[in-house]
Design a protein around this ligand. Structure first.
Ligand code: PMT
Length: 408
């Protein structure tokens, strides 16, 4: 699943809101991802953005007419919906939402929606008074009941210079929901706990011990697990990365804090993946005030932090999948094997951190998966794809374990 969008038929319904111009950028991005995008515009949408804009960006004709004399378009209201892998309505006005809630089909977009059996994502965008009106609230509740996925709008300053809820969400967020609807839902019903990033062990209010972890690998795992239907909790040390869409993130600073939060959640998760680079040691003493350089001792006294993964291995429940990571610069297989066995893991992903383009901070990775059944070297690829390949292995273990439980 390297690019979930490539070759997928995505119908985007654009309705009459000032936010329609933002969706032009979305269409352009999806076309770059090699999705096959068909845009359907309502008559009012064409007042805000010319159909030609969407045609140029998608590389396809834009559909605006229900009754067309163009031969290929005469059955568009059926074929577009029937062939779509997913339909996205963005921006969705109060009027279109009301029509869908009532099952109306009086233009090409609403007929397309009635004709589709694919997932339909709706992004409401309107003035906050219109959004909070009981009719709109009721219509949105009805859409959810009917099985539409409604993505909540953002809050903030609107085009009408009023502040409130009703702004079109950011593309990064909507794109993740689209990716989710195009991904296999093989982690549905699973609670997935991922740890990411470094820990910081303070010496005084200004200084700390830490490491180079950016959080990229762990955040990619959380993102991929959400796309595959998992209920994801991400426990993250300090990182500048935004919380992945749909993920419940808990931030921690120190190894001790991570230990407490992870163990608090461990029991309720069926999958635990420890991608965090936890500091093995912390300064024995944390000074309340910044230590003046003249007073700094040249020898730092350290004490050991608890090993979270070791503890998880001891407490591992039947059916739980426990995955560790190891950052190594030599003897990858040997070092990984030791950790796999000592910590009672199902498998371990060993990163080679000696290269420039794998391991810490970079966007790509190459890992060696070590399990009781042997070693598999994953290809050099993006961290998101690496995450997907690791989750493929997790899914096969879950299937295997479910099979065993059935037999017993
Ligand atoms: O965040 P990025 O910049 O994307 O970089 C990704 C990464 C290189 C940090 C990541 O892929 C990775 O390898 N993480 C584990 C790094 C590490 O700390 O390895 P380790 O060999 O020290 O620890 C082995 C395992 O024990 C790890 O799963 C670690 O989370 C866990 N551990 C270690 C020490 C400790 N006190 N408690 C732990 O739980």
């Amino acid at each position: 699943m390297q690019n979930v969008f490539a070759g997928k038929k995505i119908v985007i319904g654009v309705t009459g809101s000032i936010a329609a111009f933002k969706v032009a950028g979305w269409v352009s991005d999806l076309a770059k991802e090699e999705a096959l995008v068909s845009v359907v515009m309502t008559a009012s949408a064409t007042k805000f953005v010319a159909p030609l804009t969407f045609a140029a960006l998608s590389g396809n004709d834009v559909h605006t007419e229900m009754f067309s004399a163009v031969r290929e378009d005469t059955m568009a209201h059926i074929s577009l919906g029937r062939d779509a892998d997913v339909v996205l309505i963005a921006p969705a006005t109060a009027n279109t939402i009301a029509k869908l809630a009532g099952g109306f089909a009086d233009d090409l977009l609403t007929t397309t929606i009635l004709a589709t059996r694919s997932k339909v994502l709706v992004c409401p965008a309107m003035n906050s008074r219109m959004y909070s009106h009981p009719s709109t609230r009721q219509n949105i509740a009805r859409l959810k009941k009917l099985g539409y996925a409604v993505i909540d709008p953002d809050s903030g300053m609107m085009a009408c210079k009023e502040e409130g809820e009703g702004r079109l969400p950011e593309w990064d967020e909507v794109k993740e929901y689209l990716a989710q609807s195009l991904s296999p839902q093989d982690l549905q019903g699973q609670q997935v706990l991922v740890t990411a990033g470094p820990t910081r062990e303070p010496l005084d209010p200004a200084r700390f011990l830490s490491n180079r972890s950016s959080g990229k690998m762990g955040y990619a795992l959380a993102r991929s697990a959400f796309r595959r239907g998992g209920e994801v909790t991400l426990i993250s040390g300090p990182s500048t990365l935004p919380c992945p869409t749909g993920v419940n993130m808990l931030k921690v600073q120190t190894a001790k804090e991570m230990y407490n939060v992870v163990l608090e959640h461990a029991n309720t998760n069926s999958v635990i993946i420890k991608a965090a680079a936890v500091s093995d040691y912390r300064p024995e003493k944390m000074f309340e005030h910044k230590v003046k350089k003249e007073q700094i001792d040249t020898q730092l006294i350290l004490e050991r932090n608890p090993d979270i993964l070791l503890e998880l291995g001891k407490r591992k429940k039947a059916g739980q999948v426990l995955v560790g990571f190891a950052a190594e610069s030599q003897n990858l297989e040997q070092e990984g094997m030791k950790k796999l066995q000592n910590k009672n893991l199902d498998f371990i992903a060993v990163n080679d951190i000696s290269g420039d383009n794998t391991g810490f901070e970079v966007e790509s990775n190459q890992v060696l998966l070590l399990g009781t059944s042997g070693a598999v070297s994953l290809p050099y690829t993006s961290k998101l794809h690496t995450a997907d390949l690791i989750l493929d292995r997790v899914v096969s273990l879950l299937v295997e374990q479910a099979g065993k439980t059935e037999h017993n």
